[in-house]
Write a protein that binds this ligand. Structure first.
Ligand code: LUZ
Ligand code: MOS
Length: 750
């Protein structure tokens, strides 16, 4: 079963936002954004710009009929800044013209005067000054203060990880146009159509039923369009509403990179305590999340950092605090992993530090502390169906880690200027939105008279293949060919109140909703089949497009059955609702059962480092991953490969650099390096662990979007090991990304 979009993607016929044919009189918008990082705005004069021929309108906060706020969790973010700006790139106005070039000319005629205020970009400084986006939170378990005295070894250190540009191929964009009775329709490149609908309604001061949001597919998102697609969509809607004309906005790459938020950089202090036999019995950390100028999704991301701060390890005594720090940078946002990679990097650094000090390989400590069945996570949930031990064992069995280590040390003893290194990265990732109420979905299924099937859900297809998985669900229930099924666009008028497609849970939530609807329709069709064949409903089934009675195929085809149902006036439409059972979380004590299940896996990463130049090659990424009972290994392996690559990029080469004055220096693809085919590992091999899979996963096929990202963390520690082999006295500083430039400095400057 390949991706149902393969052919249209390969032939260029897939429809993205920019492929939608525009209506007559469509206007184009460009954003005027703050040239300074933090200031009082004393003057914003658009009159000169407005008088430029071809300019149809310029909109600022004054033109907003409703509430000037786009905050998803905390109401702290205006669509257009009014009297104060908080980051370079913050929108101040939208210029609308017949074409983009005229609109861009007008940007230069907008006059702005400001009085600059103190600029803070360092999260630790922000925390010192009490600049927090939300109150800090702590997760703890056991008796941390008592535990330190039980430890034979205690190590401390600091670990920092950088930001990351999403670099979705399709930049942020939206196309909005008025329809009758004061309604507005928006095509948006968003992961969260309901959020766009809700914020548009709030900002325009109209009810949600007047706003229709429609999404066919996105050209990538990675979390960057969970929250931050909203601003662009709402701007287009505002202009379309005020002018009563169609308005389109597509950010160009530079504007997108400059104005939108990225993965949160974190800097953390850790302390880890072990017994003589390498058991970690105490771990504490204080983490500073660089949130940028508004909360955006930072509170939820902070939460996932806390949930995953001990990764795949059972540590009986822990205490982890995260400060969400307010800085004068664009608000940072969701990015694949959603705070988990940042949290996991710190515990991995702590383990690497302990290994370095004890003079043993880190994987000995890692393996000795893997979570096992029945262990309690620090958030109160008991570990069930734990497969991390099996993943690790199988990794060793399939690839022989000892042999790899031997080969590497042999290689390292021979070559003068090349060094190899290996690291293992286990992963444990909880599946469900950490905010319990978001774990719900709906599906609307029509079976048409000719036997074809139309499916609407809240899921957004962003290249991850969710539509293919949903088509498989319906095809399996009805036992019909996949060609009979069409996935409709995601539309707020057909499926309402949707959660964003995020948290790796798009296929689980929407697939389970779809499953309920299909099963309901199946019962109806079976009862029609029973009537036609004069038997009881239990004797009727559908198999390969045929009605089968008591195990014997009849001449009644799927099409005939659907026809018969229609003529008997049986409803061929079903709408269903699914919400994940069993999950809850109590924030007052920070305990509960937040996740439907966990995804487990382990990867061994090997690298070869050129110690003359500081350049390196990622050789192998060897993985054993628990997919559960995968319904589509082709798609799932695609997620593994993409996730690994993106994780390696974050850890080794993608460096978001801002000046102290809050100017993004890596704002183009010539200054921001993303992995390309040349930096791909020589081999990515992924074995699927054979398991039956959890009941709450769709058809027991586990969520797969985010977990493999974190395998990339192994590349960082493999590189550290290669550096150490060349320079044994080297004390690792856990400062990611470990770019070739940084490697070179660590090889010779220390
Ligand atoms: N988005 C969200 C997410 O709103 N809540 C989550 O828990 C989450 N987890 C991963 C990725 N996106
Ligand atoms: Mo996400 S980081 O939008 O699952």
């Amino acid at each position: 079963m390949n991706n149902i979009d393969s052919v249209s993607h390969a032939t260029g016929r897939s429809v993205y936002l920019d492929d939608i044919p525009v209506l007559k009189n469509t206007l184009h918008g460009v954003v005027f954004d703050s040239p300074v990082p933090h200031a009082k705005v004393t003057l914003l004069d658009v009159t000169g710009a407005k008088s430029l021929p071809g300019i149809e309108g310029i909109f600022t906060w004054r033109d907003i009929p409703g509430i000037n706020d786009i905050g998803g969790i905390v109401p702290d973010e205006p669509l257009f800044a009014s009297d104060e700006v908080h980051y370079r790139g913050q929108p101040l106005a939208l210029v609308v013209a017949a074409d983009e070039h005229i609109a861009r000319k007008a940007l230069e005629l907008i006059k702005i005067e400001t009085v600059e205020l103190e600029v803070i970009t360092d999260p630790r400084k922000a925390q010192e000054k009490g600049l927090l986006l939300i109150p800090s939170r702590t997760f703890s378990m056991g008796d941390i203060s008592g535990a330190w005295s039980e430890c034979d070894h205690i190590f401390e250190g600091t670990a920092s990880s950088g930001g990351q540009e999403h670099l979705y191929l399709e930049t942020q964009g939206a196309y909005a146009y008025p329809s009758e009775n004061g309604c507005i329709k928006i095509h948006s490149s968003t992961q969260g159509p309901t959020l766009v609908q809700k914020v548009t309604a709030r900002l325009l001061g109209i009810p949600m039923n007047r706003v229709e949001v429609d999404v066919t597919r996105l050209g990538g998102a990675f979390g960057g369009k969970e929250d931050q697609a909203t601003a662009v969509a709402v701007m287009a809607a505002l202009a379309a509403y005020r002018l009563q004309r169609p308005v389109k906005i597509t950010l160009n790459r530079n504007d997108d990179m400059r104005m939108t938020g990225k993965r949160h950089p974190y800097t953390s202090d850790f302390r880890i305590g072990l017994t003589q036999d390498c058991k970690i019995i105490a771990y504490s950390a204080v983490m500073y999340q660089n949130g940028g100028a508004a909360a955006d999704l930072s509170p939820a991301i902070m939460e996932r950092t806390l949930f995953h701060s001990t990764n795949a390890y059972y540590i009986p005594n822990t205490e982890v605090t995260v400060h969400s720090c307010r800085t004068n940078l664009p608000p940072n946002t969701a990015f694949r992993g959603f705070g988990a990679p940042q949290g996991m990097f710190v515990i991995e650094a702590a383990i690497a530090k302990a290994a370095e000090e004890l003079g043993i390989p880190a994987h000995l400590i890692q393996q000795a502390n893997l979570v096992s069945e029945g262990d309690e996570f620090q958030y109160g949930q008991e570990a069930e169906n734990v497969t991390i031990g099996k993943c690790w064992e199988n990794l060793d069995k399939k690839f022989n880690l000892t042999k790899i280590e031997k080969e590497i040390s042999h290689f390292n003893s021979k070559d003068h200027f090349c060094r190899r290194g290996m690291a293992v990265m286990p992963v444990c990732f909880g599946v469900s939105f950490t905010n319990t109420s978001m774990n719900q979905a709906r599906a609307l299924v029509h079976i048409y008279q000719d036997g074809s099937i139309g499916i609407s859900t809240g899921a957004i297809e962003m290249g991850q293949g969710v539509n293919t998985k949903l088509a498989q669900v319906a095809a399996t229930v009805f036992s019909v060919g996949i060609k009979r099924i069409k996935l409709e666009s995601t539309n707020t008028s057909r499926v309402a109140n949707t959660s964003p497609t995020a948290a790796s849970s798009g296929a689980d939530l929407n697939g389970n909703a779809l499953l309920l609807a299909c099963n309901e329709l199946l019962v109806r069709l079976k009862s029609v089949a029973a009537l036609m064949h004069d038997c009881s409903i239990e004797d009727a089934e559908l198999l390969k497009e045929k009605v089968v009675i008591k195990g014997v195929a009849t001449d009644t085809t799927w099409e005939m059955l659907v026809q018969a149902a229609f003529l008997k006036r049986v409803s061929l439409t079903e709408n269903s609702h699914y919400c994940t059972p069993e999950i809850f979380f109590d924030k007052t004590v920070e305990k509960g059962h937040p996740f439907a299940y966990h995804v487990y896996g382990a990867a061994a990463v090997t690298v070869t480092l050129d110690c003359l130049r500081g350049t390196y090659k990622i050789d192998d990424v060897l993985i054993v991953h628990d997919f559960g009972n995968s319904i589509n290994l082709v798609i799932d392996n695609g997620q593994i490969e993409g996730g690994v690559m993106q994780g390696i990029g974050w850890m080794t080469m993608e460096e978001v650099v801002s000046s102290d004055e809050g100017r993004l220096l890596s704002d183009t693809l010539s200054t921001y390096k993303v992995p390309d085919i040349y930096s791909a590992p020589s081999r990515v091999v992924c074995y699927a662990l054979e398991t039956s899979g959890p009941e709450l996963a769709i058809f027991r096929s586990k969520a797969v979007g985010e977990p493999p990202f974190m395998y990339g963390i192994g590349a960082f520690f493999a590189l550290c090991n290669a550096v150490k082999s060349f320079k044994p006295e080297f004390k690792t500083d856990y400062d990611a990304p470990l770019t070739p430039e940084k490697v070179l400095m660590r090889l010779y400057n220390h």
